[in-house]
Ligand binder design. Structure first.
Ligand SMILES: [Zn+2]
Length: 340
């Protein structure tokens, strides 16, 4: 008799993580704390939720059936045994009260599931003292308590916490796999699916949202247009651009991540003209920059962009920081004529 194939996990990509977690359940070696690390929109939350479903599924297999009551409650994020952290205020940090709420939540017996699970998002944005509030829960966890930490960057997480977590690093999903799923699961037109998968840099969360909301792609196009126009701007014009950009930190944070992806493409194209650019719809401009700029100018622009991106969470003088960044960008006075 041919065995029926086990149910698939509701996740795009991340096959390695799925196999690892599934084996953990099969072998009965579930740990009390997991750390899912990876860039924004890569799928950390989806993997954590699917793992929560698999652990609590009434079918009792190692994969979530996605049909039973527990699977559905977790998918809808409406189980009384599931806790989601809330970040607070404009600083977007996870306050210590929220950590204490999570610990108190995990101390109680499950109400309707096998496990009680707390999912703490953006954990790298938690102050060290607040992180330490988790230690007691991590050292003496009740048998039914599970803690899933999600973070973009583990360097901000205390070593004691790290040492008590099973870490899973999620990497970008192959754009071909992502495009296929956007077509199959979300009925995207083939060409649009390929563009969004590529531009997202293999981040399913962004690609799916961009499919449902055209504003996301428009924001990205704006960010790139701004960068392109900056290239032919004088010093004085760049100061004016910096002043405008500094008015909205949240939008600028996103702009900066697109600039980083753009400069990365320029650098890779300068090294290898056959490189498949992430910003595949900008091929003409990217190859022009790769050809016209010196290697060290490109590296300097990319490094300055990355550096500001890392420092953005700090309380810095944003306008000044953007001025410094824009002045680190090379100047090609005839750029718009060359690229069009
Ligand atoms: Zn189920």
């Amino acid at each position: 008799m041919k065995a029926t194939s086990p149910p698939a996990w509701p996740i795009i990509g991340h096959e390695w993580a799925v196999q690892f977690l599934q084996r953990t359940i099969e072998q009965g070696r579930t740990r009390h704390a997991y750390l899912f690390v990876g860039p924004a929109d890569i799928g950390k939350r989806q993997v954590a939720l699917a793992f929560a479903m698999a652990l609590n599924c009434k079918e009792g297999g190692a994969a979530p059936c996605q049909r039973c009551r527990n699977c559905q409650l977790i998918r809808q994020q409406s189980s009384a045994d599931l806790f989601f952290s809330q970040t607070s205020g404009s600083s977007n940090t996870l306050p210590i009260e929220e950590i204490r709420r999570a610990s108190a939540f995990l101390a109680l017996q499950p109400y309707e599931m096998r496990y009680r699970i707390a999912i703490l998002n953006d954990f790298e944005r938690t102050a060290p003292l607040a992180q330490d509030a988790l230690l007691k829960t991590l050292e003496e966890p009740p048998p039914y308590a599970l803690l899933f930490l999600l973070a973009a960057d583990e360097s901000q997480i205390s070593p004691t916490i790290l040492s008590r977590c099973q870490k899973l690093r999620l990497r970008q999903v192959d754009p071909a796999v992502l495009a296929e799923q956007l077509t199959a699961q979300y009925e995207a037109a083939r060409e649009q699916a390929q563009l969004l998968a590529q531009v997202s840099g293999g981040r399913p969360g962004w690609a799916i949202r961009a499919l449902q909301d055209e504003a996301l792609m428009a924001t990205r196009n704006q960010a790139i247009a701004l960068l392109n126009s900056c290239m032919s701007q004088s010093r004085a014009e760049r100061f004016r651009s910096a002043e405008r950009l500094a008015k909205d930190k949240k939008t600028f944070e996103e702009t900066l991540s697109w600039w980083q992806s753009y400069w990365r493409d320029v650098l890779l194209l300068a090294v290898d003209p056959s490189h498949a650019a992430t910003n595949c719809d900008q091929h003409e401009q990217l190859t022009t920059l790769a050809r016209e700029l010196k290697g060290k100018e490109i590296v300097r622009a990319l490094q300055a962009t990355r550096k500001l991106s890392e420092r953005l969470a700090l309380n810095l003088n944003l306008r000044l920081a953007i001025e410094v960044l824009l002045l680190a960008y090379p100047r090609l006075p005839r750029y718009h004529m060359i690229s069009h």
